[in-house]
Ligand binder design. Structure first.
Ligand SMILES: [Zn+2]
Length: 229
């Protein structure tokens, strides 16, 4: 079982990963339960929301806040900012970008679900900005997890026009490289390029590792989580 992770976060003691498809569809509670048991993370400490391809972020700063949220109907949002210990957050993806940002000592962490709509709405930049308003200190670093990469993200003009700096034309087809746009947004928020790591994995290219909404036309999803012990 190969979880997709970032070595810098592992070194900071932050439990995190994007799940491979062999662990199953993470929309199913029995699969998330199994994952969090394996990771020794209490699932009731993991904040969840209903993803709506927006640029809405939610800040949570303690366990009681997470547990209050979980008792209510799920919030509609696409990004978490978490601070405090023994809490975490999770998002579902299947081609969209899972983005994790953290501050120098990983006291404040951001996790956002960036589909092309979210990237176009500047959710990556807003995640970084919101972290600073929620107390993030020192330099920020980012991990852009497995998603549909420029090799496969073919688009029509309506989408291409939203990314004037990230369109690649090959033959008579247009592709968007979301990494390029995310890099632009994060560097504009003063994150150094060398502190931004892009996963090389493409969800569309690697059926052995990932679900892909475009390729499979199903709603099966991968989970990306972060947890601060
Ligand atoms: Zn690809």
């Amino acid at each position: 079982m190969n979880l997709f992770t970032d070595t810098r976060l592992t070194a900071l003691g932050i439990l995190h990963a994007t799940t491979p498809c062999v662990m199953g569809n993470m929309r199913l509670p029995q699969n998330t339960q199994k994952l969090f048991e394996q990771q020794n993370i209490p699932e009731s400490h993991i904040a969840r929301f209903k993803q709506i391809h927006s640029d809405t972020l939610v800040c949570v700063s303690g366990l009681s806040q997470v547990q209050t949220l979980l008792k209510q109907p799920l919030l509609e949002a696409d990004g978490w900012i978490i601070s405090g210990t023994q809490i975490g957050a999770a998002i579902l993806t299947a081609d969209c970008v899972p983005l994790i940002i953290w501050d120098e000592s990983a006291q404040v962490m951001g996790l956002s679900h960036c589909g092309w709509r979210g990237v176009a709405a500047e959710l990556p930049a807003k995640t970084a900005r919101q972290m600073r308003s929620c107390g993030a200190q020192g330099k920020l670093s980012a991990w852009v997890g497995p998603h549909i990469q420029g090799c496969c993200f073919e688009v029509q003009d309506d989408v291409a026009n939203q990314f004037p700096n990230a369109v690649q034309v090959r033959g008579n087809k247009k592709f968007v490289d979301l990494n390029q746009e995310i890099l632009r947004q994060l560097t504009q928020e003063n994150i150094a390029p060398q502190d931004i790591v892009f996963s090389k994995h493409c969800t569309y290219c690697e059926p052995e590792n990932f679900f892909s909404f475009r390729r499979d036309h199903t709603k099966d999803a991968l989970l990306t989580f972060v947890y601060k012990p």
